[in-house]
Ligand binder design. Sequence first.
Ligand code: MG
Length: 362
Amino acid sequence: MKIRDIHLGVLSAPLKKPFKTALRTVLEVTTNVVVVETDEGVCGYGEAPPTAVITGDTNGAIRGAVEERLRPLLKGRDLEDLNGTLDVVDGALVHNTSAKAAVDIALHDLWGKSLGRPLYSLLGGASREIRTDYTISVNPTEVMVKDSLEAVAEGYEALKIKVGTDFALDMERLSEIRRAVGGEILLRVDANQGWTAKEAIRTIRFLEDEGLGIELVEQPVKAHDYDGLKLVTDSVDTLVLADEAVFSPRDALVLLSMRAADLINIKLMKTGGIRNALAICAMARASGVECMIGAMMETKISVTAACHLASAIPVITRADLDPPILCSTDPVRGGAIYNGSTITLSDGPGLGIEGIDGLVLQ
Ligand SMILES: [Mg+2]
């Protein structure tokens, strides 16, 4: 099976309610879909949403990377040589991890389709149930408490709470949410690089002293501040999860050798796809560090790829894969099956995606 062409499309899905963090409000998920077409008419799907503040990738950057670099280099390549083809993707241009992820995911989808097997199985896994947490948007405290109680009533056992820059308000929100949901629910706090190392240590120690039972704090300091991250990790009892700090396997190698965090959050849009994510998982496992799998505001195409990875790789012990739940429509037929907080996978070949409604190819 050879690659005949690569097409780009746009897909949008409105959110049920606005997704709000300290930095932005999102009303709908809009993503760039990559369709890799083969000479046998079989297509592989991938996607890349623009998340410029995290990856640096705008729509224009993603589309340019695919059209000007990846498409000409990949046309005519034999799919049997998956690793050789992924090397070409990796070497085609620096950075641009979202575009690379979209193509990597589509190639893995085709790998499964060409062999007639689901991707999780080819990655060495059995289909297992994944439980995702649920993100509580930044709102007035009473709204966040109400959203948390609704999520718990729907069966979520872990809530991810975005914190802002207002210490007193954030502490009020976290203690009110803890009081409302009881002691059994896992509470995860995502600071999205909002603190200095000293602010993080002071804040996390306060949370510990208040007995709020926070399971983990995600990316307390700036992405590049590995020394600061290590200082926080060494100074508090709460688990520290690296997110924006780790894009590539090389980032993971440095962070793991420094023991700068307790956990790594893997997102395919940061790693540049499944193969690099597997490399990070292998290093984390060798270091005795567990991983979370997360996503940007993506549709079910790339989130399904993340689910296959999570299903196959035991070192991924936590999942933050709620974007498809936040959307009011699901344009993807097949793929990951969401039932409340529980995600399962079909045994369809590749990603198990049967089609995409409303996809406009360009
Ligand atoms: Mg995060």
